[in-house]
Design a protein around this ligand. Sequence first.
Ligand SMILES: [Zn+2]
Length: 65
Amino acid sequence: MSLSLYFILVIFFLFIALAVTVSKSSPSNDIYSEISTEEWLCPICGFEVQVGDICIYCDTPKGLK
Ligand SMILES: [Zn+2]
């Protein structure tokens, strides 16, 4: 009976360790790095895009030439 209790404790601590590893591997500020705040000029219409990677006027992505 004590062996099964020990087994449950091992599973429990493994679960805690896994939860800590998962929470550490995913940074909390990952959402903010997705949004670009760098200004860039649209090569198609010449509009200066303030926020984002797509021109709001002609839907041109930032990397396009
Ligand atoms: Zn544009």
